[in-house]
Ligand binder design. Structure first.
Ligand code: GTP
Ligand code: SPV
Ligand code: MN
Length: 586
């Protein structure tokens, strides 16, 4: 039975039923009883495998098709009326043409299947930040994952009343045909259509599709920002908590930084880190003139490989109950494993494809982009402000990428506009989070290349304009944990030790430490990054924050080439900033 009387919702659902022709329709109400029924149903269909209740209570295992294990950027579209509004970094097709094409693919795709209707909220229902969505899907995995990642329930219909202000999401696994896989956004119609995939980032429509692509478009119109950022609070020994938000590209360290455990020398003095979010931040200017951030999600969809008791105990702890594991190793006793968890790969286990796996044959057991879906409440360092509808005030914005050379460990922009320039010139090595080659350096402005729902040039202008609206602007920084030596080893220890860099960043925000000027911005002076307890020498640190003018001249040329793609849409201010950089390098 329908769970709402909202005519706009009902009409839209009727249309989708007529198109996809399911055998059965189930309205999801968010109740534990209904979810439990679905878990049982999912076990029958083979979509879900129950894990060992003693080791991982309430946890399930799921596999996606071997050709369907990551986001597909080349099949992701922004379909607005004018091609120019999608910009040079997005795939575009005329909305009517795309609708016609998709109609053919969706026609009858749910025959013999059940359609699930999921009402969900990004951010807390009824809060000033909240935006609502309804996702229609034929996947139990999607229902169960959305129930972890978002706030699912009938209170969404209550909050919506008879309004049509919700994001329409239609997902079908269809035939999982990679040739007919489409992840399509119609920002002008608040609509998302995803078909022929069962992989998280393509099908959990509240996440990248809504909370970043559609939300960035809405943020542009409504004067707020949707960013690919973690949010964390740093508590110093005096008990003050200062917040920062940081944008790193996919699989470049957001989850790890967001749940950081301070090094022993910091812990002993009373330093703590509180996680507000690990992937997405929605930012608004508060009545006090500061920038306030919420995490619109309710769980973590984190990279499994590399997550261990040593690297990220908080993330690991988050996955110990009521979580879903996708494409990892499944052991004989109903446990999970992945590369980097420990040094003891299990025997007699199945790899991510479900094949018997021999760890000694050199093949990987877990897919490099295998993931866990874990409820935020499980996180031992979850911020007490996580459910604060007002969000948290942001002192620093941090950009960062994976660069073997070029980018120093940390530098600070001269001011907001220069900070926008710093974000716009971000480049990073590609990772397994998206289908395609790994390790290729590409420009990924603000870590939003795959997620900006409109013209990136307009998006940069929006950042510049937001700066004018924020009376108490956060300071803007860039970090790089990934510089390597000549043998390819990471020079900086990273992970928990990144707090040493965050401490400097926070001190800069509150004028508590000086800095040295370079052509690209301010870097730490010798002695200003605490090296107590790690074997990084002052000489190595000096090298890590050094700026090589010759390398940066090459970088400036690449930026110029990248900027040229945007034509008139490139904000003048950014062209000026590039000129200033070139001058300073001479
Ligand atoms: P998405 O969920 O894809 O948006 O990614 P994310 O930014 O949350 O990435 P995550 O924190 O899961 O990091 C993924 C990879 O980066 C893993 O292989 C980590 O081991 C590695 N990583 C994270 N932090 C560090 C660090 O400080 N140093 C080094 N060397 N590697 C790191
Ligand atoms: C990313 O790729 O940035 C992710 C994972 O956070 S996914 O949801 O698959 O996009
Ligand atoms: Mn992400």
């Amino acid at each position: 039975m329908a769970l709402t009387k909202n005519k706009i919702v009902l009409d839209w659902i009727d249309e989708q039923i007529a198109l996809t022709k399911p055998d059965k329709v189930v309205w999801i109400d968010g109740s534990e009883e209904q979810l439990e029924e679905l878990r049982k149903e999912g076990m029958k269909t083979g979509e879900m495998i129950k894990l060992n209740e003693e080791i991982l209570p309430g946890c399930y295992y799921h596999r996606s098709a071997p050709n369907d294990v990551a986001r597909v950027e080349d099949r992701t579209f922004i379909c607005c009326k004018k091609k120019e509004d999608a910009g040079p970094t997005n795939n575009w097709m005329d909305p009517d043409e795309m609708r016609a094409l998709l109609k053919g693919i969706y026609d009858g795709c749910m025959k013999g299947r059940t359609m699930y209707i999921i009402p969900y909220s990004m951010s807390i229902v009824g809060s000033p930040f909240a935006k609502y969505g309804i996702e229609i899907t034929d996947s139990i995995y999607v229902v169960l994952s959305m129930a972890i990642m978002t706030r699912v329930g009938t209170d969404v219909y209550d909050a919506l009343g008879d309004s049509g202000d919700f994001i329409r999401g239609l997902h079908s696994k269809a035939e999982l045909d990679a040739e007919k896989r489409y992840i399509v956004h119609f920002p002008e119609d608040n609509t998302i259509m995803s078909v022929n995939s069962g992989y998280g980032g393509n099908v959990l429509l509240g996440k990248k599709c809504f909370a970043l692509r559609i939300a960035s478009y809405l943020g542009h119109q409504e004067k707020w920002m949707a960013e690919h950022m973690l949010i964390l609070g740093i508590e110093n020994p005096q008990g003050e908590i200062r917040y920062l938000a940081a944008a790193f590209p996919s699989a470049c360290g957001k989850t790890n930084l967001a749940m950081l455990i301070p090094p022993a020398v910091y812990r002993e003095k009373g330093w703590k880190v509180w996680c507000v979010g690990d992937d997405i931040a929605w930012l608004r200017v508060g009545p006090d003139g500061r920038l306030w951030a919420v995490n619109p999600e309710n769980g973590f969809f984190g990279v499994a490989p590399g997550t261990s008791e040593k690297s990220n105990p908080n993330a690991l702890a988050s996955t110990r109950k009521n979580s879903i594991f996708t494409n990892v190793v499944l052991t004989k006793d109903g446990n999970v494993w992945w590369e980097g968890l420990d040094k003891n790969p299990p025997k007699d286990a199945l790899n991510w494809k479900g094949e018997p796996w021999d760890p000694s044959d050199g093949s990987k057991g877990a897919h490099p982009n295998s993931r866990f879906t874990a409820p935020a409440v499980n996180c031992p360092c979850l911020s007490p402000e996580f459910n604060n509808p007002k969000g948290v005030p942001i002192s620093a914005l941090v950009f960062g990428g994976r660069r073997a050379k070029t980018a120093p460990l940390v530098y600070q922009s001269r001011d907001w506009d220069h900070g926008v320039f710093v974000g716009s010139i971000m480049a990073s090595e590609t990772t397994a989070a998206a289908a395609g080659a790994v390790g290729v350096v590409r420009h990924d402005p603000m870590a939003m290349l795959p997620f900006c729902g409109y013209n990136m040039g307009d998006y940069w202008q929006h950042w510049l304009d937001m700066g004018k609206l924020i009376k108490k602007q956060p300071k803007i920084f860039n970090v790089n944990w990934f510089r390597t030596d000549d043998e390819g080893n990471f020079i900086w220890p990273g992970f928990g030790d990144n707090l040493r860099v965050l401490e400097w960043i926070m001190k800069r925000c509150y004028d508590e430490v000086d800095a040295a000027e370079t052509p690209i911005g301010y870097v730490p002076k010798p002695g200003d990054i605490n090296l107590e307890g790690i074997d990084v020498t002052p000489e190595v640190l000096a090298d890590l924050v050094s700026v090589d003018k010759e390398i940066w001249k090459g970088e400036a040329a690449r930026i110029e080439e990248f900027y040229a793609k945007f034509g008139d849409k490139l904000p003048k201010k950014l062209a000026e900033e590039l000129d200033i950089l070139k001058e300073k390098l001479n």
